[in-house]
Design a protein around this ligand. Structure first.
Ligand SMILES: NC(=O)c1ccc[n+]([C@@H]2O[C@H](COP(=O)([O-])OP(=O)(O)OC[C@H]3O[C@@H](n4cnc5c(N)ncnc54)[C@H](O)[C@@H]3O)[C@@H](O)[C@H]2O)c1
Ligand SMILES: CC(C)[C@H](C(=O)O)[C@@H](O)C(=O)O
Length: 368
């Protein structure tokens, strides 16, 4: 199979984890006689420095032509004082919007080997296996107006959704639920927000088409609490952009580290942008400490969603599992009696493991 992948390393630890992602893709290509070609482009702060904008035109063009995109991370203190429209994060929001990537899939699964790495009690974390389906191209992130007024005496951001935007993400969530355990929790703030009340109505309408899926509505504040007190209660969570952003970082504590959470930002035709949920981690950038596993698991999602290479995707997931079972870990993971290694060494271990991992064994198949 021939596939062309655009790499957007970005800032901070972005280039370190993007390197790991590329090496895993190269190893998979070699083993299975695929031809994966790569093209690297600027985004975020590094694009501001080199091109004067967080999202250069050639980056957008290359992504449009690609079969899949991998993004490391954007942002950092160097660019924090720039005006809003010039910030590195605008590059990330812009590419999601330009590519029409309305659905962000964020699977959260507590690896057996990492149950003790979470600060939560082991009995709470055990069995956690959920998928957050986050709306990605609407809501507060993109609503207009968004501005300061009257010499900073007032400020406004706008939370706006069209019916179509809500319908398509809710539909995606029902489809994901059907592939998993048929349990959908729609998270909103319907006791306060009109947009949430319309969201609820649309979920109620859509559920008629998916009678096998059990549906419930939960307020976001209650969901935030339940996520850390009874996480195994959840199967699929669907929610709007901002709530999904916050809940997924919260959910990362179940896995032991933000460095463990992969994501896929997808649209209907298969093109996807794959990125770890974490940011550019300026505190550890350039020190080879970044955990590459969120990025490597995002590669597994790329293989599955964009390339339909199920076996290869499972091979990557299994290799990660085996490396953790061998107790290798980066410093962000608290594993007593483990073997601490650098980020690049951990990526090496996964790549070595790829040739030996037996995917017929029971592995975590949570990335739907
Ligand atoms: N997708 C993205 O590009 C993205 C996501 C979130 C934040 N950001 C940006 O990143 C910058 C830093 O944000 P932040 O500090 O709030 O969040 P962050 O996710 O970068 O870091 C939060 C904490 O988690 C740790 N961490 C994150 N990823 C890790 C990894 N792979 N391995 C080990 N430890 C890891 C960091 O060291 C830090 O202590 C900001 O500019 C923010 O806007 C970008
Ligand atoms: C960097 C930021 C714009 C981004 C978001 O809020 O979507 C990040 O937090 C994420 O979760 O990918």
């Amino acid at each position: 199979m021939k596939k062309h992948i655009v790499l957007l390393p970005g800032d901070g630890i972005g280039p370190e984890v993007a390197r790991a992602a590329k090496r895993v893709l190269e190893a998979i290509a070699e083993q299975h006689q695929h031809t994966f070609t790569f093209e690297t482009h600027n985004i975020g702060g590094s694009a501001i420095d080199q091109d004067g904008t967080p999202l250069p035109e050639d980056t957008i063009e290359a992504c449009h032509k690609a079969d899949a995109v991998f993004l490391g991370a954007v942002g950092g203190p160097k660019w924090d004082d720039l005006p809003g429209h010039m910030r590195p994060e605008k590059g990330l929001l812009g590419i999601r919007k330009q590519l029409g990537l309305f659905a962000n899939l964020r699977p959260v699964k507590a690896f057996q080997q990492l149950l003790h790495a979470s600060p939560l009690k082991t009995e709470v974390v055990t069995g956690s296996d959920l998928l957050i389906v986050r709306e990605l191209t609407g809501g507060l992130y993109f609503g207009e107006p968004s501005e300061r007024r009257n010499n900073d005496a007032e400020v406004v951001d706008t939370l706006a959704y069209s019916r179509h935007e809500i319908e398509r993400i809710v539909e995606q969530a029902f489809q994901s639920a059907r592939l998993r355990r048929n349990h959908l929790t729609s998270v909103d703030k319907a006791n306060v927000l009109e947009s949430s009340r319309m969201w609820r109505e649309i979920v109620e309408e859509k559920k008629q088409e998916y009678p096998e899926v059990t549906v419930e509505h939960m307020l976001v504040d209650a969901a935030a609490m339940k996520l850390v007190t009874n996480p195994s209660y959840f199967d699929v969570i669907v929610t709007e952009n901002m709530f999904g952003d916050i809940l997924s970082d919260e959910a990362s504590v179940l896995t032991g580290s933000l460095g463990m959470l992969p994501s896929a930002s997808i649209r209907k035709d298969g093109l996807g942008l794959y990125e770890p949920v974490h940011g550019s981690a300026p505190d550890i950038a350039g020190q080879n400490k970044a955990n590459p596993l969120a990025s490597i698991l995002s590669v597994a999602m790329m293989l599955k969603h964009s390339f339909k290479l199920e076996e290869e995707a499972e091979q990557v997931e299994k290799a990660v599992q085996d490396v953790l079972a061998a107790r290798y870990h980066t410093a962000d993971l608290n594993i007593s009696g483990g073997i601490p290694v650098s980020g690049s060494e951990l990526a090496n271990k996964v790549i070595e493991q790829l040739s030996t991992s037996d995917t017929t064994e029971n592995i975590m198949r949570c990335y739907v």
